[in-house]
Each structure stands twice: as C-alpha cells, then as structure tokens.
Design a protein around this ligand. Structure first.
Ligand code: UDP
Length: 261
C-alpha cells in the first residue's frame, strides 16, 4: 500500500492518504506529549507498541460488533484505516475517579464510581480540549442527537467489553478516551469508532499492586514507560514479530530511552 501525501499530523500519529478511495494510513510516532503539549519527549518504541495494542483492541471490538476504522495493520508502525470525518469531540469514560476529574471536583483519587461516567470534551488544542455539556454539541452542530445517542450506546458497550478484557489479565480499566467519525455507507452517514485505544489513551492499573501501566508514567515522571506498555502487550498475549535493533525489543525490557525535546 503506497503512502500518499500527509493529510494530518497530530501529537502521536500521522495520517497519510492512499490511492484507494476512503482509505488512509495511520502512522504511530514515538512522540509523547502531556499537559496540552507543555511536556514533550520521544519514547523509543512507544509507536510500535501502541500500533499493536490498538490493533488488538480494535479487532476484538470489531468481533463483538463495534464498528471501527481499522482495516488491518500494515507493519510495525502503520495501519490501514477507513478515512472518517472526525467528530470534534473526545468522549471520556471513567470507572474510577482520578486525573482531571479529581482536580476539578475534589473527589478522592481512586474512588470507584457506582456506574461509568461519560464526559465530553471539545477537541481543540488551542483551547486545551475544554470539558463541554451535551447541549454545546447540539448548539454548535458538532454532532446530532441521534449520533450522540449512538456514541453513548457504543461507548458503554466498549467500556463493558474492555473492562472485562483487562480484568481477565489483571488490569483495572480506570478511564479512557474515545473518538468517533462518520463514513458514508450506501449514501448514508454512519458513526464508527476511530483513532486509537492504547496505554496513551487509557489509564490502566495493575489489579493487585495498583501500579500504573499507562501514560501517567510519562505525565508523572514515574519512569519505565516502555516496560509498562510492554507489560500490557505481554498480558494481552500480543506475539511480537521480528524486530530490528532500532525498534522495540518485546522480550527483554529495554532500558528506557527518553529524549527530551
Ligand atoms: N485522555 C486522552 N487524551 C486527551 C485527554 C484525555 O487520551 O486529550 C485520556 C487519558 O489518558 C485518561 C482519560 O482520557 O485515560 C481521562 O483523562 P483526564 O480527563 O483525567 O485528563 P488528564 O488527567 O490526562 O488531564
């Protein structure tokens, strides 16, 4: 599959066009950012791991009927995806209170929520992705009522599936972020899951030790970022393919290599 021109470059991924109508290539970079780009670094091997982990989760979601943009993984860093019209909303799902929720509302960190909480943020880097109410989505036509209903239903199903999947490998799914997009299907617009699901976009705690196995290791300078992502991949049973020295070694934890930028 030949890569065409760059369509979009985000903080952790690049989207390239392809010759095939409606398809694009999603490339996972090693760049890590936090606190709205104020903290930046390169974490060697992160893109390879996120590519594999996201492929695994999206394939599993597809098997339980959650339509998503993944067509197939192409190589260590790239996936063939359906090109969607992205809905400019980040859907946050929380099972346990932590992060911005605890800061915003003074809720004790680690409080288990009685039922999953869905929050919406407006996807706008210049504004720090502000928290919004559902009414803002309709007021500014970011999505229709029908689309939000579908998104909420899909989100609860994704949370149920992923919570079970992670529980089975000794990991608590604390919270995560989803993005959705529209595709044309027989002259009708359809909402599907897009973007990625990985330790960059989820909070994952080891059930016994509560050790963080996600991007909080970078946000909070906890170290061993790649080892934590590798641990998630290992527990998910993702078998490594042949790697070369410049890529991540799945078998032996490599020494962490963060280049401050
Ligand atoms: N999240 C994300 N991208 C964002 C914002 C949040 O992937 O731009 C994920 C984050 O990794 C966490 C969940 O969404 O799993 C909730 O994040 P929170 O609102 O607590 O944000 P933070 O504490 O990172 O500011």
């Amino acid at each position: 599959m030949n890569k065409g021109k760059k369509l979009y470059e985000g903080k952790a991924k690049i989207i390239y066009e392809t010759k095939e109508k409606g398809l694009a290539i999603q490339h996972f970079k090693d760049d890590a950012t936090a606190f709205n780009n104020k903290k930046k670094a390169t974490v060697e091997g992160k893109g390879v791991l996120n590519n594999r982990i996201s492929e695994h989760i999206l394939n599993n979601l597809n098997q339980v009927g959650i339509k998503n943009h993944l067509v197939k993984r192409l190589n260590m860093r790239e996936q063939l995806i359906k090109l969607v019209e992205i809905i400019p909303i980040e859907v946050i799902v929380r099972n346990i209170a932590t992060g911005s929720l605890t800061k915003r509302l003074g809720v004790t960190d680690g409080t288990v929520l009685e039922k999953p909480l869905i929050e919406f943020c407006y996807k706008k880097d210049e504004l720090d992705d502000p928290l919004i109410a559902k009414e803002h989505i309709f007021a500014f036509n970011w999505a229709t009522k029908e689309e939000i209903k579908i998104i909420e239903e899909m989100t609860f199903r994704i949370n149920d599936f992923m919570s079970g999947m992670f529980r089975g490998i000794g990991i608590k799914l604390v919270d995560f972020k989803l993005e959705f997009g529209r595709i044309w299907n027989n002259d009708q617009k359809e909402v599907i899951l897009a973007d990625e699901i990985s330790p960059d976009t989820c909070r994952l705690w080891d059930i016994k030790s509560e050790k963080k196995l996600d991007k909080d290791r970078f946000r909070k300078d906890l170290g061993n970022i790649i080892q934590a992502y590798q641990e998630v991949a290992r527990r998910l049973g993702i078998v490594p393919e042949t790697t070369n020295v410049s890529e991540v070694n799945f078998k032996k934890p490599t020494s962490i290599n963060i280049k401050k930028r």
